[in-house]
Design a protein. Structure first.
Length: 415
């Protein structure tokens, strides 16, 4: 009898911002303005995602508050008042049972030993559900917190990141499975032959020693990466098990998917060892008109200060004081990106269309376009990407929480 190949299943992750991913979400009456430091709110969101069969509950982060342009940030308080991710995920672990728990931590502003220990602890606390999103950081606010005037060049950050991950993974392997035998008869708490101290001396790190916690339930926590540049793709092909993609078109998604998976063989890896999750901002409602109304209600709440600031952040340009209904002057546009190349290139493409500053910030969504529609319409969109080689699943974001996640779990997932 011929055996059937197992059905491929769609991987789903929820990227949870406190009140939602939309820059004006905190102004919407359906959200809680104080959600960012309420652990009960996060626990409820994680439990809801778990009931909805999401595979991963994910927290983005940067180790910095903004310290300039505060008027604009006071209207869009991105990362201005949030929990540290590993601490938050450890608190969520006890309120959930099987959903993966992923968090961002920077290789530019951490030390391998501390990070390896933190995520090993989270993996134990969660009984094997920890995932680390490896980032090199992309803002100078963080650099200034750690003795630098600005971020090192893109290539240098990735060189450090590659060595950082190598050290972390070696530390995770510094004990074999079953090393801690706790044998009262022999008087041995652990088997000394099963410790393998790290002896690393590289350009960025010098580490000699072993982790002071036993090997984790997963062996090693899951590695997540989201780099879109050529350097970032090589790094992901070498190290990542999960990649967040930010292409706004299915054609771009397929190209990214094929390119990334195609790079894995040179690192001796099977393409199936890595899952690509396409970014999917979604507004789900009973009718397409209702979904569009919900989205436009939030769009209308974006203050011009916020529009200029969000666009300028990824264009790496100061747009303060520019007229809203004219194109951005050419002398304000940098020649190249040092932070998020994919976002920079996307904005550049829109500028070439001749859009005004207001049109640009109203359209710009950091790569992905928000899908608005009925459960069937959104599900059809997901199915097309999934079945035609553009994604293994989706990193979903919701304009406003908790309503957006409730609609996904109650309406979209059943569809």
């Amino acid at each position: 009898m011929k055996t059937m190949a197992p059905m491929k299943t769609m991987a789903l992750a929820a990227l949870v911002h406190p009140t939602g991913s939309h820059p004006a979400s905190w102004l919407h009456p359906g959200t809680r303005a104080d959600a960012s430091t309420d652990i009960d709110h996060y626990r409820a969101m994680a439990q809801l995602a778990e009931r909805g069969m999401f595979d991963l509950f994910f927290i983005a982060d940067t180790p910095a508050a903004r310290t300039s342009n505060l008027t604009a940030y006071s209207r869009f308080p991105l990362f201005m008042n949030v929990f540290e991710p590993v601490t938050l995920l450890a608190a969520i672990a006890g309120a959930t049972t099987h959903i993966g728990l992923g968090g961002t931590m920077s290789t530019s502003f951490s030390e391998p030993y501390n990070l390896a220990r933190q995520f090993a602890s989270l993996d134990h606390i969660s009984h094997g559900r920890a995932a680390w999103n490896v980032v090199t950081s992309a803002n100078d606010f963080a650099a200034k917190n750690f003795g630098l005037d600005k971020l090192p060049p893109h290539a240098d950050r990735y060189e450090r990141a590659r060595e950082f991950v190598q050290v972390v993974q070696a530390l995770w392997d510094s004990w074999e499975d079953g090393a801690f035998i706790r044998d009262r008869e022999s008087g041995l708490h652990f088997d000394p032959t099963k410790q393998h101290p790290v002896a690393h001396e590289g350009r960025h790190f010098r580490v000699h020693g072993a982790l002071n916690i036993e090997r984790t339930p997963q062996g090693q926590p899951v590695i997540i990466q989201a780099g879109a540049s050529d350097t970032g793709r090589d790094f992901a092909a070498e190290t990542a098990e999960l990649v967040f993609a930010s292409d706004s078109t299915i054609e771009g998604g397929r190209q990214f998917y094929a390119d990334l998976k195609g790079r894995m063989a040179r690192h001796g890896r099977d393409p199936e060892a890595l899952k690509v999750l396409a970014g999917l901002p979604a507004v789900v409602a009973d009718s397409a008109e209702e979904a569009e109304d919900m989205y436009q209600t939030l769009q209308a709440l974006i203050h011009p200060d916020v529009g200029r600031m969000r666009l300028g952040m990824d264009l790496e340009a100061d747009l303060t004081g520019l007229p809203l209904d004219e194109p951005i002057p050419e002398d304000r546009i940098p020649k190249s990106a040092n932070l998020h190349k994919a976002y920079f290139d996307h904005i550049l493409g829109m500028i070439r269309e001749g859009l005004t500053l207001r049109q640009l910030y109203m359209r710009y969504e950091r790569g992905n376009k928000t899908i608005r529609g009925t459960p069937r319409q959104v599900a059809d969109h997901m199915e097309e990407w999934f079945t035609t080689g553009a994604a293994d699943g989706f990193m979903m974001t919701f304009s406003a929480l908790p309503a957006g996640l409730e609609a996904a779990v109650g309406k979209l997932i059943p569809e």
